[in-house]
Design a protein around this ligand. Structure first.
Ligand SMILES: Nc1ncnc2c1ncn2[C@@H]1O[C@H](COP(=O)(O)OP(=O)(O)OP(=O)(O)O)[C@@H](O)[C@H]1O
Length: 272
């Protein structure tokens, strides 16, 4: 049985999946002042509904890439396209959602109101947004914490509110930048399981940045290892692991093999 505050995925009200988008990055270049070339002609093609882990040395440009994909920054050269095109259609409010390492919750708002925020910002009525937030909070195992405030939550619970807030818009692309890095290993492992279960249920495309080789191998279908900057692709690998994953996978030879390959690529990327 899961300890208090860390429930397994609830079978309660499903939120409908909106499917994923294909993300195609072509010849992407980004140089920061001081002639810091972070990306230089990067190509990456992410299939709709896939779960891709991005690994690479610190400072190689992983967050920069996510920010560019999210439209939070502009590249000097290159192109990012989404198929189908990420336009807001009726009932689809924010096709891209971004989760950071810090949960960034508003301390004066309840869990429910934090999770409902993206819908409030786009003018969704209170009953409708609260119902949507409740459903997604159930999905992340926080159905009984809707009236609590961020200060009353553990770090893992705060991250789950952050995840719920990202999912409340039914995004077609979910970008996660080391979302569980600050958590203890047990909590992190449980959140990895929840995230993977949500992805399998909802089918959005996921780009997940992590420094953890075992987290990447456990979560993703495909891992892309980048070199130090300017980031180039050292390894682009579809992981030979089962779709159904549980903690015991981490002790299996197939998992150890994938982890070793990722580790070797990371070491190679440091030398490039
Ligand atoms: N706005 C900015 N202005 C100047 N330099 C920047 C800016 N944003 C990022 N950089 C630099 O670009 C490089 C890549 O940063 P980025 O955050 O993308 O790396 P990262 O791979 O995500 O690193 P980490 O794994 O340590 O989080 C770093 O050298 C960073 O200092």
């Amino acid at each position: 049985m899961a300890p208090p505050g860390l429930h397994p995925l609830s079978p309660l009200p499903p939120i409908s999946g909106s499917g994923g988008v294909r993300v195609k990055v072509e010849g992407l270049s980004r140089t920061f002042p001081g002639n810091i070339a972070v990306l230089s002609g990067l190509d990456l093609d992410v299939a709709p509904g896939s779960f891709v882990a991005l690994l690479g040395p610190s400072g190689c440009g992983k967050s920069t890439l996510l920010r560019l994909v999210a439209g939070l920054d502009r590249a000097e050269a290159g192109h990012i396209s989404f198929t189908p095109t990420l336009e807001r259609t009726q009932g689809e409010r924010a096709p891209i959602a971004y989760v950071f390492q810090d949960a960034h919750l508003l301390p004066w708002r309840s869990v429910l109101d934090n999770a409902a925020l993206p819908l409030e910002l786009t003018g969704v009525s209170k009953p409708e947004r609260q119902a949507a937030a409740r459903a997604v909070l159930e999905q992340v195992g926080l159905g009984d914490a809707t009236d609590r405030f961020p200060a009353e939550l553990s770090g893992g619970m705060r991250m789950r509110v952050s995840l719920a807030r990202a999912l409340v818009t039914h995004p077609r692309l979910l970008l996660l930048d080391e979302p569980f890095a600050a958590l203890d290993e047990l909590t992190r492992g449980r959140l990895d399981d929840q995230l993977r279960a949500l992805w399998r249920k909802l089918g959005m495309t996921v780009l997940f940045v992590t420094h953890s080789i075992s987290e990447a191998a456990y979560l993703a279908e495909r891992a892309v290892v980048l070199s130090r900057r300017p980031a180039r692709v050292v390894l682009d690998r579809t992981l030979e692991l089962p779709g159904e994953r549980s903690a015991s996978l981490r002790t299996e030879a197939s998992f150890a093999r994938e982890a070793r390959l990722l580790n070797e690529a990371l070491e190679q990327g440091e030398r490039w």
